[in-house]
Design a protein around this ligand. Structure first.
Ligand code: PHB
Length: 394
C-alpha cells in the first residue's frame, strides 16, 4: 500500500510538472527550456574588437536560424576574459558551475583557451572555440567535447612559409608576442620556409600585449633579411603595421604575416597597410554565394564590415546548430551530438568547412593582398590544409 501510494504521489508530481510546462513528454523544445550559452571572450584590451566580432557573428547565425537553436531559445551568459590566462579557470568555472551553461563558446587568446579546455575536459562541458589556435587543443589535448571552428596557429604560418620560399626569399626574421599563438605561428612559418630552402636568421619576441616595437625595428633594419614575418592581432597589429611603415622599412624589407595582421584593422591602419601580403582562411572579397549573403546580412545588422573573427563566430553557431538539430535540442544525448558535429560539412563564408579527427578545421588557406580597405584574395596558398595528427587520440 505504502509503495503504490508513493508511486501515485510521484505520478501526481510529474503530472503537475507537465501541467506547469516544466516537463513535457517527448523531450520537446518547450520541455527543455532555454539553451544556456556561455560566451567567454575578450571585450576589453588589445583583442576587444575580436571578441565583439565573434559575438556578432555567433548571434547572426542564430538570428538566421529563427533566433533559436533546435527550437530552443537562448540565454546568453557573458564573461569578459580580458585575454588573461591567470583569470581563465575562475571565469570558465563561473559559467559552468554557477550559471550551469549547456555549452561554452570561447575564446580568442590561446593561453586562456588552454585553461578553458582543461576546465571543459574536467567537467565534460561542450566547448566550441571560435578563434584561439593553440595547436595542442586539437592535437595531444584533443577531446570529444572540444571543437574549433577557426584554425590552428601553425596553419597560416605554414602557408606563408611556403609562399615566401616559392618567391625565392632566402632569409627571414620573425617577431611576435611570446606566447603560444605567436610561437606556433612563427613555428609553422619556419618549418615551411626552411623546408623550401629559406633560413630564419633571427626569432624576436616581446611579452603579450606590449606594443613598444622601436628597438625591434632597429634590430630588423640592421639584420636586413629578405622578409619579416610577424604575428600580431587586434590593437597590437594596428600599431605594429603603422610603426613598421613609419620606420620606412617596407621599401626595403617586405613585411608578411598571418592574415590577423590586417583583418578588422584596415580602417585604422590606412596607408601603412597598403600592399601587404598575408595568408588566412578567409578574405573579404571571397567570391561564393554564402560569403556574399553573410557580408550583406552582417553589414545590415551591425553597420560595420565583417572580418575573419565574425566568420569564425558565425561558424561556431552553425556547428552548434548541426549538433543540436541531430538530437532535437536534447543536449543530454552528447554522443549523438558529437557524432553529428564531427561529420558536419559547414557552408562557411570562407568556403566549405570540414573538421579533422582532432576537431580542427580543414580549409583552404588563401594568399591575400591589401588593396584599399580590402584583404583581396589573390590566390590559394595551400588547398585543404589539415593539421598533422600530433598525438590526438580520439
Ligand atoms: C591566439 O591567441 O590564439 C590568437 C589571438 C588572436 C588572433 C589569432 C590567434 O588573431
Amino acid at each position: 500500500m505504502r509503495k503504490s501510494g508513493s508511486m501515485l504521489r510521484r505520478l501526481g508530481a510529474v503530472a503537475a510538472m507537465v501541467a506547469a510546462g516544466v516537463l513535457l513528454p517527448g523531450g520537446s523544445a518547450l520541455a527543455q527550456g532555454k539553451l544556456k550559452v556561455g560566451l567567454m571572450l575578450p571585450y576589453t584590451g588589445t583583442y576587444a574588437a575580436l571578441g565583439n566580432a565573434i559575438t556578432n557573428g555567433f548571434k547572426l547565425a542564430v538570428a538566421e536560424n529563427g533566433g533559436k537553436v533546435a527550437g530552443r531559445d537562448i540565454d546568453y551568459f557573458t564573461v569578459d576574459d580580458e585575454s588573461d590566462p591567470a583569470k581563465a579557470p575562475e571565469n570558465a568555472n563561473k559559467l559552468i558551475k554557477r550559471d550551469q551553461v549547456d555549452v561554452l563558446v570561447g575564446t580568442v587568446h590561446s593561453g586562456v583557451a588552454l585553461a578553458m579546455a582543461k576546465v571543459a575536459r574536467d567537467n565534460n562541458t561542450l566547448l566550441i572555440i571560435p578563434n584561439a589556435g593553440a595547436d595542442d587543443i586539437t592535437g595531444p589535448l584533443c577531446a570529444a567535447n572540444i571543437f574549433r571552428t577557426s584554425f590552428s596557429n601553425s596553419q597560416p604560418g605554414i602557408a606563408m612559409g611556403k609562399v615566401m620560399a616559392e618567391q625565392k626569399k632566402k632569409t627571414a626574421v620573425t617577431l611576435t608576442w611570446d606566447y603560444a599563438a605567436g610561437k606556433e605561428s612563427v613555428g609553422g612559418f619556419k618549418e615551411a620556409f626552411e623546408a623550401g630552402g629559406g633560413k630564419v636568421v633571427k626569432e624576436l619576441f616581446l611579452p603579450f600585449p606590449q606594443v613598444e616595437f622601436q628597438s625591434y625595428l632597429t634590430e630588423i633594419a640592421a639584420l636586413k633579411p629578405d622578409v619579416v614575418y610577424v604575428f600580431f592581432a587586434g590593437g597590437g597589429a594596428v600599431k605594429f603595421v603603422k610603426d613598421y611603415a613609419a620606420a620606412g622599412l617596407p621599401k626595403t624589407i617586405p613585411l608578411v604575416g598571418p592574415g590577423f595582421l590586417t583583418d578588422g584593422t584596415l580602417e585604422a591602419q590606412g596607408e601603412a597597410a597598403q600592399g601587404l601580403l598575408t595568408t588566412l582562411h578567409y578574405g573579404d572579397g571571397l567570391k561564393n554565394p554564402k560569403n556574399d549573403a553573410f557580408r550583406a546580412a552582417y553589414t545590415k545588422a551591425y553597420k560595420i564590415e565583417p572580418d575573419v573573427y565574425a566568420v569564425q563566430g558565425y561558424d561556431a553557431a552553425q556547428l552548434l546548430i548541426v549538433g543540436m538539430n541531430a538530437v532535437k535540442g536534447d543536449v543530454s544525448k552528447r554522443a549523438e551530438m558529437v557524432k553529428a558535429m564531427e561529420g558536419a560539412k559547414l557552408d562557411s563564408p570562407r568556403g566549405s568547412l570540414a573538421l579533422s579527427k582532432g576537431h580542427n578545421p580543414i580549409h583552404d588557406i588563401y594568399l591575400r593582398k591589401v588593396e584599399g580597405k580590402e584583404n583581396k584574395v589573390v590566390g590559394v596558398a595551400v588547398k585543404n590544409l589539415t593539421d598533422p595528427p600530433r598525438g590526438c587520440k580520439l
